[in-house]
Every structure is written in C-alpha cells, then in structure tokens.
Design a protein around this ligand. Sequence first.
Ligand SMILES: C[S@@+](CC[C@H](N)C(=O)[O-])C[C@H]1O[C@@H](n2cnc3c(N)ncnc32)[C@H](O)[C@@H]1O
Length: 309
Amino acid sequence: MDYSQKISERMWNLPDKGEAESRREETFMDDIIQKDHIERKLLSRLEGIQTVFDGGAGCGRFSILLAKQGCKVTHFDISQSMLDKARELAEQAGVLDRIDFVKGALEDLSGYADRSFDLVVSFDAPISYTYPNQERVIGELVRIAKKRVMFSVSSRLGTLPYFSNPIQKNSFILDENSEDSWVQWCISNRQNAIDSFRFEKSRVEQLALDGLLGGETEIEEYEQGGAPWCITYTFLPDELESLLQSFGVKNIELAGPGAYARTLPREILVKIMKDPQQREDFLDFCCQYDSNRFVCGMGKDNLFAMGDL
Ligand SMILES: C[S@@+](CC[C@H](N)C(=O)[O-])C[C@H]1O[C@@H](n2cnc3c(N)ncnc32)[C@H](O)[C@@H]1O
C-alpha cells in the first residue's frame, strides 16, 4: 500500500474528524461558497440520474443531499469515523434507506462493474489524496460512470497563493467569536504568521512544477506514529481537462469555486453573508463568475470539473 493511502487512512480516521468536517460551513465563508457552488451544479444536473457513487464522501455533505433528491447513493469512504458521522446525519435527515455506506479506498474500485452508476462524484479532493495513483483513480471513477462525472480536486493555481499568504484563511472567518478551535487558532496565530513569514521563491516554484504538497516529512511523521495531513497532488486546469478527455469524458466544464470571493475583503464578505437576500444573490453570482474557465485556477483551493459520457 502506498504511503499516501496509509497516511490518509490514519488522518481521516481520527475520532473527531467526522464531527469537525460536519461543522465546516458554520465557520469559514470560503467553505460555504465552495459547498454552495457544488450543490448548485449537482441540483441543476440531476435529470435522468437515479444512482450515484460518491467517492470519498466524508460526513455526507453531498450524498445526503442527493439521497434527499430521491437518488440511490453509494457513500464510499476510507474512514470509519466519517462513515459513522454520515450514517448519523443520514438518519436524522430520514434518508438512511437510500444510502449504502461502504468502507473502501478509491485506489481499488475493482468491485464495481463498468457503467454501474448514472452519476459518479468525488468532491473536495479525495482524488488528490491518492497520489501517486490519482490518474488511475480518475480513470476508474470514469469507468464506473454511465452518464456523468463531477469532481473537485486540489487546485495547483488555487493553492499557490496560500504559500504567500499565511493569513488567507482569516479573510474567510464568518464569526470571530466562534468557539471553533481552528478559527481561534487563526486569530491567535495571525501576528505570529505575519512576523515569521518569508517569501520563499524556491517553495512556490517547486509546487508550481511538481504539484505536490507533502512527502518525506509526512512519511517520517507517520512512521513515528503521527497523523500528518495527506500527501496531496494538486492539478492544473488543462491537465485535468486532458486527463478527463483521455478517458472519454465529453462536454467538460471547469470551475474555480471561491475565485470571486477571493477579491473581496473580509468585512464586506461578512456583511453580505449576514443578510439573507444579499447572501443568496451573492452565492448565485459567485457560482456564475467562478464557472468562467478563465478564473477556474483561482478558486479557493479546489478545481471543479464535470462532464458527460
Ligand atoms: C475533505 S473530505 C471531503 C468529503 C466529502 N467529499 C465532502 O465534500 O464533504 C475528504 C474525504 O476523502 C476521504 N478519503 C481520503 N482518501 C481516500 C481514499 N484513498 N479512498 C477513499 N476515501 C478517501 C476521507 O476519509 C474524507 O472523508
């Protein structure tokens, strides 16, 4: 088994992971925008879709939404902690009977026949966590899809600005009084992050070149019993598009959820988000703007792609 898979399995299996993931949209506005973008795309393309495979489905943000729309969903994930949380939320939503929960790794989809599901989705980067198998995994996800695929993977162009802006996440905090530990860490660590920051050209150039986040340090930490962040492969838009084309995907649309919001200061974003009508209008416009393929590299840190078979 590759280190990526072992590291991913241990990290996502941390006991509080499912609970923390299920609360993401309460804390950071970029997460709200990204989730909303994916929801809008999903809901606008469900005609003729009855069966769905959600690969790396986490705590069920999208599998539960799809089940609520009447789809029969296979919720597939490597983490028991995530599966447990998803099952609990699916029960609360009254859709347990429409979701099959399966523990497994995206690296092995051999149990599924070609064209098994009308729609195959994988959101918020599970594909990127399968490095060095990410291309084969995309091929396998396309293989088991009959009508359509929708993925969001880690974006190289979207990630590069984080290297020069260690306080970027602060710009998206919705409520500074939130008790969320990450929000509080971002706030208390802000000045230290600025003081200790140095622009390291070699680091950004390296990521621009190989697209890889993590490696030897994560492997070492894992070997010492730690649970580091997954080794992550970040994609370029043209690379992802060519890959999907090579597997026979047609009518490919790319998007960069979060690109428009990145141009706005936090104070303005908070103002918009606190007014229900402005928030709805804004999220709708973000989805339109962020779907322009000329900005798709500048989304939050995800690159969205969908296409037909
Ligand atoms: C950031 S979460 C996204 C969850 C969900 N797709 C969403 O958007 O809410 C990444 C998920 O991918 C799962 N994952 C990571 N590596 C995986 C692998 N190799 N096979 C299957 N699932 C994996 C993790 O357990 C986690 O639930």
